[in-house]
Design a protein around this ligand. Structure first.
Ligand SMILES: [Zn+2]
Length: 244
């Protein structure tokens, strides 16, 4: 069932952090496992990630430090920031009191560098709808899937503060580019994310692959053909993106 308000991973919790950052002028984009569940991927969520513009990171960090969140008790041992982490470490993270759940902040330049960050936080959902960004959607958009049994939670309810999410093709483009950029260390993690995108949002008809950049579209097409080893495809992707 959809999460309830007492659940630290409830969508109200996500909305409140987005609103906290928006309140000091920091636009944030939902990211990570939580974002996958909004796209209907049935994945386990261990935390709440946001991408913020690089020039707003210090302000975002200061804002979270003044909130109810708790500092990480052990950066080296924590799954979020330690060596065991399957994904690149966030720029900063804290934890929700009484749980192991993290709230992580990621730099735009290390996550979504191929698109511009939002200029400012949206003041209302109506403003987001009217502006119709080519890159971002509001988390309660009808373009996102509804809640379905056995699947990720899907679109947020329409009440409460706005939360921005990347459009589906932007998310797929990001995972492909991240698999290339982080080939040393995190390639398999991001390739798994690409597989999730193929199995769920793409199969649901939510991803317009015609909007992918040429290198990423070529990688996607060859991956779907499944004729060449993935290792070779990633090598070609790195060359096409200039990462090699
Ligand atoms: Zn931690």
């Amino acid at each position: 069932m959809p999460s309830t308000a007492s659940d630290p991973l409830s969508q109200d919790g996500v909305k409140s952090i987005s609103a906290l950052l928006a309140g000091v002028g920091v636009p944030s984009i939902l990211w990570g496992e939580y974002l996958l569940t909004v796209y209907g991927v049935p994945t386990i969520v261990g935390g709440i990630d946001f991408v913020v513009p690089d020039d707003k990171m210090l302000l975002a960090v200061a804002t979270l430090k003044r909130s109810h969140l708790r500092p990480c008790p052990d950066l080296d041992a924590c799954i979020v920031s330690g060596d065991r982490s399957p994904f690149p470490s966030p720029a900063f993270h804290m934890h929700i009191p009484g749980s192991e759940i993290d709230v992580s902040l990621r730099l735009h330049s290390e996550t979504l560098w191929f698109i511009p960050p939002p200029d400012k936080p949206p003041s209302s959902k109506r403003e987001i709808g009217a502006a119709s960004s080519p890159y971002y959607l509001e988390a309660s958009s009808p373009e996102l899937p509804p809640w379905r049994p056995g699947r990720g939670q899907g679109a947020f309810s329409s009440h409460g503060s706005p939360v921005l999410v990347p459009r589906a093709h932007v998310l797929l483009e990001a995972f492909i580019r991240l698999a290339s950029a982080f080939r040393e260390g995190h390639c398999n993690y991001f390739l798994q994310m690409v597989t999730y995108m193929a199995e769920y949002p793409f199969d649901d008809g939510l991803v317009n692959i015609d909007l992918l950049s040429k290198p990423c579209r070529t990688f996607w097409d060859k991956l779907e053909e499944a004729k060449l080893p993935v290792r070779q495809l990633v090598g070609e992707l790195q060359r096409d993106l200039g990462d090699a």
